[in-house]
Design a protein around this ligand. Structure first.
Ligand code: 13P
Length: 274
């Protein structure tokens, strides 16, 4: 069932559970992701970065997701991840994405608030859900700058923008898969005390399993996993394609890579639906 993100997160919050959000990097993985979530009876958010949405095509991606999930009983949302431009938010909404993220985290606070409010207005017109970000989720190496979201700022940001979910900086990093991430649970606890809407864990790859569960207990109900899924596909691909005959069916080769990613998806679902 194709749906919006907000009610899924509200229910997850009531149940004390997490909703996994899996990053799509290519169209090929979309049916496998949805069917694996259905097999586990787990509501799921399928999300694409702006680059991936443009690579696949906004309309094609929406059409495939809608078609694949139409017959499924689990709720599935299609979400645009980290859009920094309102025109990309509009492109996603116009093509039928049921959820978007406006990422103004690099902007000064006042500008982040005002641009996010514009994004909220665009989303609301189409009854779509919206996530925003305050604080820094790094990329790659840990830098010296303070990545943490200020709890009072978070409370004000939520009150003034009306977003459905908020991504906050607690020390996670996108794309980190070679080492474990040290997250600051005290910061998360302080944010959770001041913010009642569902929070979002970005950079889920590399976060220890026990920390993911603590994050859920501390108000994070959308848990993003991208790199680890990609790594499992590419690792399988190196082996499978490396050993393949040149005339071997691409279908069979890709299915084996998809199966490897599906195993990682099952593990993440078991992790967040405890
Ligand atoms: P990872 O790629 O580190 O799992 O992060 C995914 C994410 O947060 C997408 O926004």
């Amino acid at each position: 069932m194709y749906t919006t993100m907000a009610p899924m997160l509200v229910q997850a919050k009531q149940e004390g559970k997490g909703i996994p959000a899996f990053n799509i990097h290519a169209l090929e993985v979309v049916p496998m992701m949805a069917l694996t979530a259905a097999e586990k009876n787990c509501p799921v958010i399928l999300q694409a970065s702006v680059s991936t949405a443009k690579y696949i095509g906004f309309h094609l991606l929406t059409a495939v997701v809608r078609e694949v999930v139409a017959a499924l009983e689990i709720p599935v949302a299609l979400h645009l991840d980290h859009a920094a431009k309102l025109e990309d938010i509009s492109a996603a909404i116009d093509s039928g994405f049921s959820s978007v993220m406006f990422d103004g985290s690099m902007l000064p606070m006042e500008e982040n608030i005002s641009r996010t409010r514009e994004a909220v207005a665009i989303a609301r017109k189409a009854s779509a859900s919206i996530e925003a970000e305050l604080g820094i989720v790094g990329r790659g190496e840990v830098t010296g700058s303070n990545p943490y979201t200020d709890p009072d700022d978070a409370a004000r940001f939520v009150a003034e923008t009306g977003v459905d979910a908020l991504a906050v900086g607690i020390g996670t990093h996108h794309g980190q898969y070679k080492a474990k991430t040290n997250i600051n649970l005290d910061v998360l606890k302080a944010i959770h005390e001041k913010v009642s809407i569902p929070l979002v864990l970005h950079g889920g790859t590399g976060v220890r399993d026990e920390d993911v569960r603590t994050c859920i207990r501390l108000g994070m109900h959308k848990l993003n996993f991208g790199t680890e899924l990609n790594v499992s596909w590419v690792r399988a691909a190196k082996e499978v394609f490396g050993a393949a005959e040149l005339n071997e069916s691409l279908r069979g080769l890709m299915t084996r890579c998809n199966n490897a990613m599906a195993d990682t998806i099952r593990k993440k679902i078991d992790l967040v639906r405890f």
